[in-house]
Design a protein around this ligand. Structure first.
Ligand code: SAM
Length: 291
């Protein structure tokens, strides 16, 4: 095993050698605690059969730990200043491929075709916080390319992904995640484990693709439109928000009847509705607007 990159001493030495300064704009908070890295790799269940896709390798702290366990690691890094650094810090590993690219501009399904015989990746990352939600939302739709995601995010975002109904953190993100994936927070990580220290605590969450979506829906676009609408104005009742914002073209009495026929009280709020409740509502709204 080569010396760990994730120590305060080594991180400072790399910065000095290469004259590297952290870029806030790229969400560069690097891990300096190697125990956390082992825990992330454990949580991701990486084995020698896996091809891992890492987002944002930084100096290669997590990449190194993943490469010691996986068959192959592909890592996408936006910051071109890090590419020559990575080629030195990870020089001992022959199973790592670094690609200088913005993850949001990368066709992950094509990457799985090219680099993993079309099989889905296990994604592992200490995500840049400024674009956590866009990255996760993008990957949620790439079911052919994603087997699981084990990612470090702000604690508050992890709680929103895992929350269920009647919890203040529950919202459109919880449903988007839980529709296709099982969500499980593995650990909370304190700011002192990073350089520079972020202002808030972080958490590692694992999202594992379900065999089937959590609920069966007749019209997925309508389902997510209803979810977006119900959480768009959290304080309003479902009836009011669907009538005022939804653009479904139904009178209040008609919408009340539709909501009731889904087995729901029209005064219910989105935050009390389960994924199943939204599926029943979708079915009834679909029937009504297509009748
Ligand atoms: N993995 C390293 C670690 O744990 O020490 C660094 C993690 S740091 C939180 C986030 C990394 O993502 C940085 O290296 C940053 O340059 C990179 N990054 C930021 N935006 C990105 C993007 N759109 N695509 C790919 N990498 C990105």
């Amino acid at each position: 095993m080569t010396d760990r990159i994730a120590t305060p001493l080594r991180t400072r030495a790399i910065m000095e050698t290469y004259g590297f300064n952290f870029k806030k704009g790229y969400g560069q908070n690097f891990l300096i605690d190697s125990n956390i890295l082992d825990n992330i790799a454990d949580a991701a269940g990486i084995t020698e059969d896996d091809t891992v896709l890492e987002i944002g390798p930084g100096f290669g702290a997590l990449t190194q730990v993943l490469a010691e366990r996986a068959k192959k690691v592909i890592a996408l890094e936006i910051d071109n200043k890090l590419i020559p650094i990575l080629s030195e810090t990870l020089a001992d590993y022959k199973n790592i491929e670094i690609i200088n690219q913005d993850v949001l501009k990368c066709d992950i399904e094509k990457l799985a075709e090219e680099k993993n015989e079309g099989k889905p990746f296990k994604i592992v990352a200490n995500l840049p916080y400024y674009i956590t939600t866009p990255i996760v939302m993008e990957l949620l739709e790439k079911k052919n390319a994603v087997q699981s995601m084990t990612v470090m995010v702000q604690k508050e975002v992890a709680e929103r992904m895992q929350a269920g109904p009647k919890n203040g953190d529950y919202g459109a993100l919880s449903i988007a995640v839980q529709f296709y994936f099982d969500a499980c927070i593995n650990m909370i990580v304190q700011p002192s484990c990073f350089m520079p220290r972020p202002k808030v605590a972080s958490a590692v969450i694992t999202l594992t693709l379900r065999d089937e979506p959590a609920v069966e829906v007749c019209d997925k676009a309508l389902y997510f439109k209803l979810v977006k609408c119900a959480f768009g104005q959290r304080r309003k009742t479902l009836l009011n928000t669907l009538c005022n914002q939804g653009g479904f073209g139904l009178l209040k009495e008609e919408m009340t009847a539709v909501i009731n026929s889904a087995g729901l009280d029209e005064k219910i709020r989105g935050e009390a509705m389960s994924l199943e409740d939204f599926a029943k509502l979708t079915e009834k709204v679909y029937e009504k607007i297509n009748s």
